[in-house]
Structure formats: C-alpha cells, structure tokens
Design a protein around this ligand. Structure first.
Ligand SMILES: [Zn+2]
Length: 158
C-alpha cells in the first residue's frame, strides 16, 4: 500500500513535496516510497524545516526521495541517499545563490550529514541518525567531490 502524498512529514513539508519529480512525471515512473522509509523522510523533512527557518525563505525542492527506477533515470549513484529518503536537492531564491546558502549552512549549528554545493546550481543535503556534518563541492563529475566549500576558480571559501 502506498502512502498518501498529503501525509504531513513536518510543519512545512508533506510527502508530496519530497517525492515530486519532473523526470518521474515525464517518464511515468512510480516514485512512491515504501512505508518503511517514512522515519527517514520525516527526519529529512524536519531537517529541511530547520534549513528553511535558518534561511528565512521557502525552499524549492527539485529532488527528494527517488525510487530505484527514478534514480537510474536521473543517473544517480547506486548508494544515493535519495533512495533511502535521506537526501534532498534544493534552491532558495528568496535567500540567495546556492553558494550563499552553503556558506549559511557551514556557519550554522545544523546537524546535517552532508551538504554539497552541486555544480554551483543547487544544494544537496542529507540528514541521518549519525550526522557527519560533511561539507563538499562538486563542479565536474570527472573531477568528483572536493572537500569543503570551493569557489568556481578553485578558491577555498570554507
Ligand atoms: Zn542530491
């Protein structure tokens, strides 16, 4: 049995907010999560709530939970935290550029697992039971993840 998309996960987010996907819609992929991932999705939604409070503007989530089929379709890694309902990609135009968001997260006391500035375009964030508070940057898939927050010209910001 699939979970009602209107299911409230946190004060600001319903399940629908974390399973919506343009790719899934376009390709007719079922992106409903198994019920046993609800605790993870709730932890993620509560984390996103705290980020939203920190930034003081609404988050726009482009990708949250990904079913295995959707993850393959978007070229996600096999071990993606998206598949476990632990990660989301977002922007926050009301606050500022993704780089500014990453800096705000780095300076905060938020207990995220990983925050990754991805291609300068959005933030990938995950929340787990044992958060590592790792800050990473990626600009080039071949180059891979860089430790810390790095500017496009290679300057270390954090
Ligand atoms: Zn992501």
């Amino acid at each position: 049995m699939s979970i009602d998309p209107d299911h409230v996960l946190s004060p600001s987010f319903t399940l629908a907010d974390l399973i919506r996907s343009k790719t899934a819609q376009k390709r007719g992929i079922d992106n409903s999560p198994p019920a046993d991932l609800l605790p993870n999705l709730r932890r993620l939604a509560e984390g996103l709530d705290r980020i939203q409070s920190l930034l003081g503007a609404p988050l726009e989530i482009s990708s949250g939970y990904r079913s295995p089929e959707l993850n393959t379709a978007v070229g996600g890694t096999v071990a993606s935290q998206h598949c476990q309902g632990l990660a989301a990609d977002f922007v926050c135009p009301g606050f500022g550029e993704p780089m500014a968001i990453a800096q705000a997260l780095a300076a905060s006391a938020l207990d995220y697992d990983q925050a990754i500035l991805e291609f300068g375009k959005w933030i990938h964030v995950s929340f787990t039971a044992s958060p590592r508070k790792r800050l990473l940057t990626i600009y080039d898939s071949k180059e891979g993840y860089l430790d810390g927050l790095i500017d496009r010209d290679g300057t270390r910001i954090v």
